[in-house]
Write a protein that binds this ligand. Sequence first.
Ligand SMILES: [Zn+2]
Length: 379
Amino acid sequence: MIGCKDWSEIYGQDRAIAFLKHSLERGEIPHALLFTGPKGVGKYTSALLLGAALICPSKKPDGCPACAKVARGVHPDLHIVEAEGNVIRREQVTEVERELNRKPHEAPCKVVIIDDANVMNAETANSFLKTLEEPPPESYMILVSPSKENLLPTVVSRCREVAFAALGKRDIEDFLINMEGLDEAEAERLARKSAGIFGRALTWARNPDIEKNWDRGVEIAASLRRLSLLQALDEADEARQRLGELAGAEMEEKPDLEAYLKAVDKRSRERLKKGFEEKEKRETARLKRQAAVDLFDGMSSFYRDIMLLNMTEEAGELSSGVPLINLEWREELEREALHIGSAESMRRLQVLQKARKALEANVDLGLLLDSLLLELKNA
Ligand SMILES: [Zn+2]
């Protein structure tokens, strides 16, 4: 969520934010921080805000030019390390360490954010230990990870952990109503569909086009039984094209990079330019993957609902009490539940889970969609 301007956009994380603000006020921000917590609750956005606060002349994210550069990820003293594919390579870390050992360009300090620090392999993490333990002067490192359990204990012990909490459905609804101005029905629907992933609910609230990928997934799952194999492959092709177009269309407006690059020295210019091009490439790939994740999760949610309906029926209970995700699709769900038993819905959920893993490993999307739909149909 690049572009977030101040702490009020981080919702339901009072403890974490209070700690950060308090430490900022006292000038006691630990040099190595570890932000942990579930996906989409604001860890990465908070890391950017903290980066802005450390770099900003007025010591708070106030939207000044320095803060704006941080928010766009183009400040020369902010270094963002993100996974390439699904791994953080050792060279990425080495490059950042080299930068850290130089003087800051514009700001009073340098800030490194390592997103998804959990995908650093042991070799990369080990090579980073010394820097974490004895950070170069005026440098801050913020590691972001879903939990500390998937990091090396030696990394964890060198960082101050800031835990971000999971949000409940009601919290998300409240935020969407009070801060985003959605009506109650709309807020309830997004909170229900996003299954507690706040970032996803917010993205959908602001970009209804992205939410459509999920709906498309539900549609495909609902109609799959009645499609021939050829029709299923057509569906896959159509979905792939849509994802391709979407990734192009959703690229955020580009910062006025040229003008900015002229204003910095040659060494930073080369590095920033390279960094920015890589960032753009990663961003496009990320959006495409995210759209595919939404599509797959939409499909999974349909089979998850069917499984619940079947299990309720087997237990001899009333289906009206089932907490369905896709309430709007009740009729189709009840119809398909007659054809797809709980064992088969379970199998389909597993097929989708496997496809979701393959997606993270950067396989070709077209091939993945083809084989996914064929495997789902192959009852
Ligand atoms: Zn500022």
